[in-house]
Design a protein around this ligand. Structure first.
Ligand code: FUB
Length: 364
């Protein structure tokens, strides 16, 4: 090789090496910027809290008299220390919200029921639901009794927004949390309920209470949600409480370790094109999932995710049709950044032609 050619080759290689090195350095810097919390662009929520003057969670939405009524928990900063059983979710009353359309003005109707006015209640008014029957409105609510055992109570009103008057005793035979009262096309009402961990469902086997029962081990069958038909008085169960089977596509029950699919809490049931949709939260994996079945008792076959995790630990959904569109009501912690001070939101939900739900992510 001639001397001049050699010089050209060495210079070209050097320039090439320098260019590559610069590119690598640039990529490293870009990566650093991308991952630096100070420069990370915060994901923006696609929906805003429905109200911001109080904290609200666990929204159960219903259409009554042509208006949208939302029955949420009312989160409050009571100062109760946080623990694994959720003692910091120390709610003491309910406020009912209403609006005429999604995106419209939201009215807070004030205190609809106070824990002081529930004769048997101890502490922690958790996620409620409501129903209309017998020309009255029924508010179903979980609260710990004076022995610190969660039970489900009922209160009545002649108005959807209350005020509600609680019955003297919890509904006989009920336990745990998160009642969801579903009305079937034939007019029958069914109550779904249950929640594990702080919701105490692990303490109930064959409807018998065992205060010493612990959360299940990963390789054992997952605890199942519960159902019972309601009597016409809407204040009592028409039958013993049964388990609701939640199974995979092969008809197999989930194990506790299948915690991105197994039931944790927040049952909500609706009907779409003749099928029953059982939706629920997976709790520690923070998903809202759904399973479908052919009758209110199930079994329900797991289908997939409805709502991906939101900011905060818990989530709790209700899904309703409003003027031909479907909406999911849920909560996150946009206003406070604190697990137990949540705010309710609503987003549109889309179905595919085959009845499957398009999984929703509520940040962009
Ligand atoms: O709000 C208290 C509990 O947190 C509810 O009952 C659960 O569904 C979870 O959202």
């Amino acid at each position: 090789m001639k001397k001049s050619n050699l010089l050209f080759t060495v210079t070209a290689s050097l320039l090439f090496f320098m260019a590559c090195n610069n590119e690598a350095k640039k990529e490293q810097t870009q990566d650093k910027v991308k991952n630096d919390p100070a420069t990370v662009k915060r994901k923006e929520p696609v929906s805003q809290p429905l109200v911001s003057h109080i904290y609200t969670a666990d929204p159960s939405a219903h259409i009554f008299n042509g208006h949208i009524y939302i029955y949420p928990s009312h989160d409050t900063a009571t100062g109760t220390p946080e623990d694994d059983l959720g003692s910091h979710f120390d709610m003491r009353d309910y406020h009912i919200l209403s609006m005429d359309s999604v995106g419209g003005e939201v009215t807070d109707h004030g205190v609809a029921l106070n824990i002081k006015d529930i004769p048997w209640a101890g502490r922690q008014l958790w996620a409620p639901d409501a129903a209309y029957a017998n020309n009255r409105y029924y508010l179903f609510f979980p609260v710990k009794d004076k022995k610190d055992v969660f039970r489900i109570g009922v209160a009545t009103s002649d108005k959807p927004e209350g005020p509600f008057k609680a019955e003297k005793e919890p509904i006989k035979g009920t336990y745990s949390i998160d009642p969801c009262v579903f009305k079937d096309d034939d007019g029958s009402f069914y109550m779904y309920f249950g929640g594990i961990w702080g919701g105490q469902l692990q303490r109930w086997n064959n409807n018998q209470y065992d205060s010493t029962a612990k959360n299940r081990k990963p390789d054992t069958l997952a605890i199942l949600p519960r159902i019972a038909k309601l009597n016409n008085d809407m204040k009592s169960l028409a039958e013993p409480v049964k388990e609701v089977k939640l199974v995979d596509k092969d008809g197999k029950l989930f194990n506790e370790k299948d915690n991105n699919k197994r039931f944790f809490e927040a049952a909500w049931v609706f009907k779409y094109k003749g099928k029953y949709y059982f939706t629920y939260s997976t709790g520690d994996t923070h998903l809202i999932c759904y399973a479908t079945g052919d009758n209110p008792y199930g079994p329900f076959t797991y289908q997939g995710v409805v709502l991906n995790p939101v900011d905060g630990w818990t989530n709790h959904e209700s899904i309703v049709e409003i003027n031909g569109r479907w909406y999911i009501f849920y909560h996150d912690v946009q206003l406070s950044g604190k697990t137990h001070l949540r705010n309710v939101k609503v987003s549109e939900l889309k179905f595919n032609e085959d009845g499957s739900i398009q999984p929703l992510t509520v940040y962009q």
